[in-house]
Write a protein that binds this ligand. Structure first.
Ligand code: ARG
Length: 578
């Protein structure tokens, strides 16, 4: 409908231009269509406010001129078009259109709004956790948002490819190998390494890494030894490789537990190490095209006109770099999947690095700027006192998820009319707890810092996953109770019914917008609004005992469908009971 309104407005301006009542150079791209507040129609534009100055009229006059021009085109889609102070034009979609859309929702069910296969591919780099470190809360954001973006694109007909760019390489593994060797393996024969390492946990690996830094403060020569260990690793040294393999294995098992809890499965997990032998040809290409330069023994990628600070391709000891591996990964992805679009869901703190990778790819002629997207999420901030961080260091994700599940369990216990059987509680706590974590993250724009507020996250009456889950469950149980469902005849709509229909109508537009702007939060606000409108309707309008029963049940079913699709795109499950 936004498109349609845009067309009407463009035509209006064109005909005003022909009559000489509107300047010819007006930029049509400036027209914005918005979703107004309740009671002000389904769509609105502030175009007249901009146009007023240009045509030297008051905003209200400009609005009425535009409205007249639109009405000359006899649009069938609207019940009415209203002008509202200080100069907005509000569009009210006709009931006939809204009801037709509801029928479509009921007919198409789960496939409503799904796009046809468009033959295009989007590559999404997300999660991208680091080996030998705990799955941090920062990576949680990348995982949740990346997955939602993946789901949105796939829903719209794209072929989506997820790639978990595992951080499994880098100088830190030199430090780790050195320390592990010194503390655990020094006196053992190589053949016993694996056995000795098998019992290590991620927490121990993390501690070993921290210990290294502490000890190195007084023994700076350790840094040099660690560098040598990394070099050995890059050259494929047996001992170094064995230690590294063990670290990868321990980490992957640990991460699998978390992905499992989150219900997330990423198509590929190609670690940085995979690209080691692929950096060479990338470096060659950069040299050939004149971007690589020797600098203080290292090899750097230089950006013309000093657009960005140089990035390191090779260290002075020939060790490979994060940047070179990332470039090689991008090249590999282009060759393998030929994606139209690349989405890197990586924290904002890596902004410079990602810009360097993307600009290098452009300069090398691999991909244009508008195909390379950095979805740079903001940081997590724990609101004070809400959860403690062990030793005040990295927040451990597993603990956070477990806490969410535990709190969800309490929520279930506290709800009085709960008919949840003890054996159902565990699964339900998981669905609610994990849903709450995901929704908390997704419902705010990715660029914003996220605050953990357990009470808000699990508030059954607020903008939270449990609220939406509860609404969906309640709708479904109404439908189950009704047993037979007749298609309604036409009836007069109440204000509340009209509001629900108006909300449903926007679904497809919102999904498209959320994908285009990589903003799952738009879908969250949509779902919240829909649930609120439905709940208002539920309070005000009797359903099963009314003579509009058929229509009201159909409306309820449409809401279940749309809430269901929305939550599944967000990766949030709906329980059977709640
Ligand atoms: N493993 C990196 C980190 O945790 C994130 C990788 C993001 N993706 C990429 N292609 N650089 O810092």
């Amino acid at each position: 409908m936004k498109e349609k309104i845009l067309e009407y407005l463009e035509k209006s301006i064109e005909s005003l231009q022909e009559e000489g009542r509107f300047p010819a150079d007006f930029d049509l791209a400036k027209i914005k269509i918005e979703y107004p507040d309740y009671g002000r129609g389904d769509y609105a534009t502030g175009l007249a406010l901009q146009a007023a100055k240009i045509i030297k009229k008051s905003p209200m006059e400009a609005a009425s001129i535009l409205k007249e021009e639109i009405e000359k085109q006899q649009p069938k889609e609207f019940e009415k078009i209203e002008i509202a102070s200080p100069g907005f034009i509000n569009f009210f979609v006709s009931e006939k259109f809204l009801l037709k859309e509801m029928e479509k929702i009921l007919e198409e069910g789960k496939d409503y709004g799904r796009g046809k296969k468009n033959g295009k591919t989007v590559l999404i780099d997300y999660s991208s956790v680091n080996i030998a470190k705990p799955f941090g809360i920062g990576h949680l954001r990348s995982t949740i948002i990346g997955q939602a973006i993946y789901n949105l694109y796939e829903f719209l007909g794209w072929k989506a490819i997820g790639d978990n760019h595992l951080g499994d390489w880098g100088t830190q593994y030199g430090k780790l190998s050195y320390q592990i060797f010194e503390k655990k393996l020094k006196d053992l024969p190589l053949k016993d390494y694996s056995k000795e390492l098998a019992g290590l946990t991620i927490a121990e690996l993390e501690k070993i890494y921290v210990d290294f830094h502490q000890e190195a403060e007084n023994n700076p020569e350790m840094i040099e030894s660690a560098r040598e260990w990394f070099k050995k690793l890059e050259q494929g040294d047996k001992a170094a490789k064995t230690i590294w393999n063990a670290c990868v294995k321990i980490s992957m098992e640990e991460f699998a537990k978390i992905y499992d809890l989150l219900g997330i499965k990423i198509d590929n997990a190609i670690g940085e190490s995979f690209y080691l032998d692929k950096t060479e040809s990338v470096i060659k290409e950069a040299k050939k095209k004149g971007f690589a330069k020797q600098s203080q023994g290292a090899l750097i990628f230089e950006y013309p006109k000093d657009d960005l600070p140089p990035a390191m391709l090779l260290k002075s000891d020939e060790a490979s770099t994060y940047f070179a591996r990332d470039l090689a990964a991008l090249k590999y992805r282009i060759d393998k999947w030929k994606p139209e679009l690349f989405v890197y869901e990586v924290g904002v703190e890596q902004n410079l690095h990602i810009r360097q990778v993307f600009l290098a790819a452009e300069l090398l002629g691999w991909a244009e700027e508008d195909r390379l997207i950095h979805v740079a999420h903001g940081l997590y901030r724990a609101s004070e006192g809400k959860f403690s961080t062990r030793k005040g260091q990295t927040i451990h994700l597993e603990e956070v998820l477990e806490e969410a599940i535990m709190r969800a369990g309490k929520l279930i216990e506290a709800s009085e009319q709960s008919k949840i059987l003890p054996e159902e509680k565990e699964e339900l706590s998981k669905i609610i707890g994990i849903g709450a974590i995901k929704y908390n993250d997704l419902s705010q724009h990715y660029s914003k810092g996220i605050i953990f507020d357990w009470d808000r996250m699990l508030n059954l009456k607020g903008n939270s996953a449990p609220y939406l889950q509860y609404t969906a469950v309640r709708c479904q149980s109404l439908i189950n109770k009704a047993k037979t469902l007749q298609r309604p005849g036409l009836c007069k709509l109440s204000l509340e019914e009209r509001a629900v229909l108006g909300a449903l109508f926007k679904f497809s537009e919102i999904v498209a917008e959320a994908a285009k702007t990589f903003s799952p939060n738009l879908l969250c606000s949509f779902a919240y609004e829909l649930a609120q409108k439905y709940n208002l309707f539920y309070e005000k309008c009797p359903i099963l005992k009314s003579k509009e029963k058929d229509f009201r049940l159909s409306l309820t079913e449409a809401v279940v469908q749309i809430l269901g699709i929305s939550l599944s795109l967000l990766g949030i499950k709906i329980p059977k009971k709640m």
